[in-house]
Design a protein around this ligand. Structure first.
Ligand code: FES
Length: 132
């Protein structure tokens, strides 16, 4: 409760970007550096940890359509993306994280969503507490 008797504002939701560090681009040779690792590094260099958590993971089971990342937030839907550019799409993922955290209905809004997050969405799934 605030001093004026108003209920406290909802605490901000902290989104998480899960990024696969072992993804390759289909065109990369076997011994090339992993594009997923480069994307994870770009996210970690760019992200403000007070507004988004970056979680590198081993595999998101989207290997044939990588590089892959998933975007989630407590009480919101989770979104999987594939075919991401190694570094260039880090900014788009961070913008998506910002939009999802601010979303009233827990859905990543279409309007304002970076193009890569429209074209390269693999799937989405609801929060565990999704009402039936
Ligand atoms: S290796 Fe990246 S999703 Fe499997």
């Amino acid at each position: 409760m605030t001093s004026s008797g108003e209920p406290d504002a909802k605490p901000p939701r902290l989104p998480t970007v899960f990024v696969c560090t072992t993804c390759r681009r289909p065109e990369d040779p076997e011994d090339a550096p992993r594009a997923g690792a480069a994307l994870a590094a770009a996210l970690q260099e760019t992200a403000d940890p007070s507004v988004v958590t970056i979680r590198p993971v081993g595999c998101l089971a989207n290997c044939k359509r990588g590089p892959s990342a998933a975007l989630g937030c407590k009480g919101a839907w989770t979104y999987m993306f594939g075919g991401l550019a190694a570094v260039e799409d880090a900014t788009a993922l961070l913008e998506g994280a910002r939009l999802l955290a601010a979303s009233e209905d827990g859905l990543l809004p279409w309007r304002g969503r970076p193009e890569i997050l429209k074209r390269n969405m693999i799937c989405r799934f609801p929060p565990l507490e999704f009402p039936t």
